[in-house]
Design a protein around this ligand. Structure first.
Ligand code: NDP
Length: 253
């Protein structure tokens, strides 16, 4: 199908996991654009896997100059931006999310900066470059709705991201820019390897599969297909809301 034909998209964190799944789904629907990430090796590998329909721009989403540069370069290359997926986030390198006795002021700030502050400023820095009528998708998390031990700061940041989607949607409607949140449940991505020691990885993934009513973790492509819907005109009346793609995870107590 060609639901994103002639559309230009930017997917932050598009060199891995969910972001790559989204970029791939966008590419399959005819979009071109930019993926970002800090790791230039995975970035260039992902650009190749996307058949060079997307370019890679290296940068840190916590750095406002890098964000500005991403959008400026994208418009220089493609002329416009029709869809923005604010996906980069999750685990801060080398720092466990941590239970309350483990969290330091520094780790608290780093989780908030990566998962909340960067989402806000990604939208702010994109704004001058976004086409009127563009779609913005903020990646939230089922963690905002269903508590899990040791994830309170991350969950709070993602709950705030969902709130941002609601609030920003009103601010941006004068330009007919739609903002929504897309909250994945447990998705099989490299992020788990950053949180869990290798020897426990399969057990942790099995536990998430077992507690998810559908009986498995989700695939990045399943978040990709939902993001395509939100980025396309098919969702033209959907504004300032959250879509959960979680296999039923938040449907249980
Ligand atoms: P991955 O770890 O696979 O990917 C994270 C992506 O974000 C990478 O592309 C990484 O690239 C990029 N990134 C991380 N930090 C920065 C930074 N400071 N600057 C720029 N880019 C950065 O994680 P997932 O695919 O699992 O997660 C993607 C999003 O989905 C996150 O927002 C996460 O919170 C959310 N999510 C994930 C769930 C899951 O079960 N996997 C569930 C619910 C939500 P690089 O390292 O090269 O910078």
């Amino acid at each position: 199908m060609n639901r994103l034909q002639n559309k230009v998209a930017v997917v932050t964190g598009g060199n891995s996991g969910i972001g790559f799944g989204i970029a791939e789904a966008f590419k399959n629907e005819g979009a071109v654009g930019t993926i970002t990430g800090r790791n230039e090796t995975t970035l260039s590998r992902s650009v190749d896997s996307l058949g060079k329909q997307f370019i890679g721009i290296a940068g840190n989403v916590t750095n406002l100059n890098d964000l500005e540069n991403t959008f400026k370069q994208t418009v220089e290359k493609f002329g416009k931006i029709d869809a923005l997926v604010v996906n980069a986030g999750g685990v801060v390198d080398g720092i466990a999310m941590g239970s309350i006795d483990e969290v330091t002021e520094e780790s608290y700030d780093q989780y908030m900066e990566l998962n909340l502050k960067s989402a806000y400023f990604t939208v702010q820095k994109a704004l001058p470059y976004l086409n009127d009528g563009a779609s913005v998708v903020l990646i939230g998390s089922s963690a905002a709705h269903r508590a899990a031990p040791g994830m309170a700061i991350y969950a709070a940041a993602k709950a705030a991201v969902i709130s941002l989607a609601k609030g920003l949607s009103l601010d941006l409607l004068p330009r007919k820019i739609r903002v929504n949140a897309l909250s994945p449940g447990s998705i099989d991505t490299p992020a788990f390897g950053k949180m869990v020691p290798e020897e426990h990885l399969e057990q942790v993934k099995k536990t998430w599969s077992d507690i998810t009513p559908i009986g498995r973790q989700g695939l990045p492509s399943e978040i990709g297909s939902t993001a395509v819907f939100l980025a396309s005109d098919e969702s033209s009346f959907i504004v300032g809301t959250e879509i959960l793609a979680d296999g039923g995870l938040t449907n249980i107590s």
